[in-house]
Ligand binder design. Structure first.
Ligand SMILES: Cc1cc2nc3c(=O)[nH]c(=O)nc-3n(C[C@H](O)[C@H](O)[C@H](O)COP(=O)(O)OP(=O)(O)OC[C@H]3O[C@@H](n4cnc5c(N)ncnc54)[C@H](O)[C@@H]3O)c2cc1C
Length: 428
């Protein structure tokens, strides 16, 4: 066992350097004078964030859901970040991989066209103007699509995409004047509590890192097992029902076959995203689904997604899933038939990520009852990029704004965003 070094002390200790942990860190550094330690068992983007396709979209979200307000606010905060990057004289395409591609949600049958129309009506009632495009109109925008004469799409011109890895790197470039330290390749193994029960430090494989104000667990799909281990000697029941939901993303480097001008997704993706794990409904224990999502990144790589399956914590590439994703893409892009996946695989990266899935469809965010100073920020499943925003002041509010409605399995009613930010910052 590695030797445990002496303790270092910070105001806030964040466990997990995915998009959620990094964003929380950044916000604390920008919005207050607290000191921050961020700890990861590997490196930033080792988790789901590294596989994210980067869609910051509203078109596939439901205006009647509780997450809608958060999605809108996140979208706005991303835009503010982009504006601030531009004000610094930087190109957001290079800094963040940001592209205002617009979003195209495509259907191939008249039934799907009807569903798209209903979606547009709801969006319009919510004040978001999106258009229904016929197959011919769609072809003018994306000539590589082959949906057939019944094809149509809902189009939201203002939706955009970012590069998840590039953005995480950008967020990491903190100018924090000694208030920030990273502890990577250093898994958190234990919580250390004072005699009064307050969390006062975390133990990692190499060191003890003490906190004055808060420990924030932002460890994605590992947050459930981690918190379970953390509290096992505390006489506290903490059953955080997060499951890993594996996803593959195919990155075809420097693709020359055709150009995509927009982000695309098939309508069926929405059903797959919200699919229940109810075993009475699911015949396949892994509940595998594959749906087409395609876009091009700033380097001209073709990004083809995506899959969803419950396969435990293993994150090896599954070639049968890659084949299914490819076959699915062929149904939408006939020109891909000129290429063989086998050939493309030579210059193709497959990214695998474990989405932090909560059956409730809502992330677990807030303080943990009975464990003063411990907070959760996890469970964003396939929306972690679009439900968290970047280094602008209200970010902490953004990620915590579910707290008003989310009741944890602990029976704890969580407070508001403002309350949590205040709570953390007011602990002396
Ligand atoms: C294929 C795919 C496509 C996606 N596309 C999109 C998209 O287009 N738009 C969108 O909004 N979302 C998308 N998502 C979802 C999004 O990527 C996730 O919701 C988001 O990345 C979750 O971020 P996180 O920080 O909570 O978790 P993670 O990124 O998983 O970060 C958790 C971190 O915790 C660390 N950790 C774990 N255990 C410990 C420990 N004991 N000690 C210390 N550190 C620990 C891990 O190493 C990891 O770095 C996609 C996901 C996948 C898989």
């Amino acid at each position: 066992m590695a030797k445990v070094s002496t303790s270092k002390t910070f105001d806030v200790v964040i466990v997990g350097a995915g998009i959620i942990g990094l964003s929380v860190a950044r916000q604390f550094l920008l919005g207050s004078n607290v000191s921050i330690a961020i700890i990861d068992s590997a490196e930033p983007c080792a988790g789901a964030t590294g596989a994210g396709q980067g869609y910051i979209w509203r078109i596939h979200k439901d205006p009647e859901s509780e997450k809608w307000a958060l999605a809108l606010r996140s979208q706005r905060l991303w835009e503010m970040l982009v504006e601030s990057v531009m004000q610094q004289g930087k190109d957001p395409l290079i800094a963040l991989g940001w592209k205002k591609t617009g979003s195209l949600l495509v259907g191939r049958t008249s039934e799907e066209s009807d569903m798209l129309k209903k979606r547009l009506e709801k969006l319009s009632e919510a004040g978001v103007e999106a258009l229904l495009l016929s197959n011919n109109e769609l072809l003018l925008k994306e000539s590589a699509l082959g949906l057939g004469h019944e094809g149509s799409a809902a189009f939201l011109p203002d939706d955009f995409q970012i590069d998840a890895r590039g953005t995480a790197t950008f967020i990491q470039q903190f100018q924090a004047e000694g208030r920030y330290e990273e502890f990577f390749n250093e898994p958190v193994t234990n919580l250390i509590r004072s005699s009064s029960g307050e969390v006062e430090a975390v133990q990692t494989s190499k060191s003890i890192i003490s906190c004055r104000k808060a420990v924030v667990v932002a460890a994605g799909c590992w947050s459930g097992s981690l918190t379970h281990n953390l509290v096992k000697n505390c006489n506290i029941e903490l059953d955080l029902p997060i499951k890993p939901r594996k996803g593959h993303l195919l990155v075809i480097k420097n693709f020359k076959g055709f150009v995509l001008n927009h982000g695309l997704m098939e309508l069926g993706y929405i059903n797959h995203q919200s699919a229940s794990t109810d075993q009475t409904l699911a015949t396949d224990p892994q509940d595998i689904s594959v749906s087409m999502a395609a876009t091009m990144d700033m380097s001209g790589n073709l990004l083809l997604g995506s899959s969803r399956q419950f396969a435990g914590f293993q994150n090896e590439i599954d070639e049968s899933i890659v084949n299914r994703m490819w076959e699915r893409a062929l149904e939408f892009f006939p020109l891909l038939r000129c290429h063989s996946l086998q050939d493309l695989r030579k210059d193709c990266e497959v990214r695998v990520g474990l989405r932090p899935y909560m059956a409730s469809g809502k992330p677990a965010i807030g303080p943990v009852s009975g464990l003063p100073k411990l907070f959760l920020a996890c469970g964003h499943e396939g929306e972690g990029l679009s439900l968290v925003s970047q280094p602008t002041n209200p970010i902490i509010f953004s990620i915590y704004s579910f707290m008003g409605s989310f009741i944890t399995s602990l029976g704890t009613t969580l407070g508001t965003a403002e309350m949590i930010g205040d709570m953390v910052l007011e602990i002396h």
